[in-house]
Design a protein around this ligand. Structure first.
Ligand code: PAF
Length: 274
């Protein structure tokens, strides 16, 4: 596995890996969900590159940038055994030189939900992802569906900026009890970890109810009650159009339920298809 930390190392590595390249952008602290992205990239693209960069631009000052988990040796070992060909490990000065003056402004699917709860977050995501595409030059890039809205924002950005990168969503990997894998799950206390699967259970139940004819508002209210019983504070729990993320009153269009809920100090995200 090639490791690049500077542009010249990245250029050399790119030459060695001539041919079709799939990129898995990550912020490290890798888990089975990330390894599923590597697996999908191996199946879909000839060679696989992963990037590890905890992107300061997507964290607000009051968010958890400093405590975001970092484990470079552990991540490199996991990537090597998953068959990754190249790891790109830029530092902050490489990604954001002092004289940098350009960021990407996002609208459409970025406007509501996570976009409203975390102003500037998706602009930070879109900017770093566009830079990673420019640096690594992949034909395809792989993103986890757990962050459903993020995938739609990146897809929109790649389409609008005419970036010739195929955006490939990969299904969420879950623990046996349904909890979606996330690098932030490690911050759950044992009691919170026990309660956390209620999020997926509530979403799955609401999706079934809506598909079975229960009015969406009623099914979503029931789901929110389940979350409250499990000790969670719901930020949003909504039925949305799968691509535009516009709110829906019923599942007439392709629809998804997306949710964010707080459990102790951890904000859990999840979503299900209806
Ligand atoms: O999903 C993530 O880990 C990040 O938002 C991403 C896509 C790597 C951009 O920093």
């Amino acid at each position: 596995m090639l490791i690049a930390r500077t542009f010249s190392e990245l250029r050399d590595a790119n030459k060695k890996l001539a041919g079709s390249l799939g990129l898995v952008p990550t912020m490290g602290a890798l888990h089975e969900g990330h390894l599923a992205l590597i697996k999908a990239a191996r199946a879909g693209s000839g060679k696989v590159a992963a990037s590890i960069f905890v992107n300061p631009l997507q964290f607000a000052p009051n968010e958890d940038f400093a405590r975001y988990p970092r484990d470079e040796p552990g991540d490199l070992a996991k990537l090597a055994s998953a068959g990754c060909d190249l790891v790109w490990l830029p530092d902050v000065a490489t990604m954001y030189p002092e004289d940098a003056a350009t960021t990407i402004s996002v609208g459409g699917p970025a406007d509501l939900w996570e976009g409203a709860a975390r102003p500037g977050h998706f602009a930070g995501v879109a900017t770093v992802v566009a830079k990673l595409f420019g640096q690594v030059r992949p034909q395809a890039a792989y993103f986890g569906e757990k962050d459903w809205q993020q995938v739609q924002v990146i897809r929109r950005m790649a389409t609008d900026l005419l970036l010739s990168v195929q955006i490939v969503p990969v299904p969420t990997v879950r623990e046996k009890d349904g909890l979606a894998l996330s690098s932030r799950n490690r911050f759950l206390t044992p009691a919170e970890r026990q309660a956390a699967p209620a999020l997926y259970a509530a979403l799955a139940q609401a999706a079934l109810a809506i598909a079975g004819g229960t009015p969406a508002a009623e099914a979503l209210a029931q789901a929110e009650t389940l979350l409250a019983k499990a000790g969670m504070l719901t930020d949003y729990l909504v039925l949305v159009d799968t691509q535009s993320l516009a709110p829906l009153q019923s599942a007439i269009a392709p629809a998804r339920i997306i949710a964010a809920a707080r459990l102790g100090s951890v904000r859990l995200l999840d979503n299900v298809r209806v």
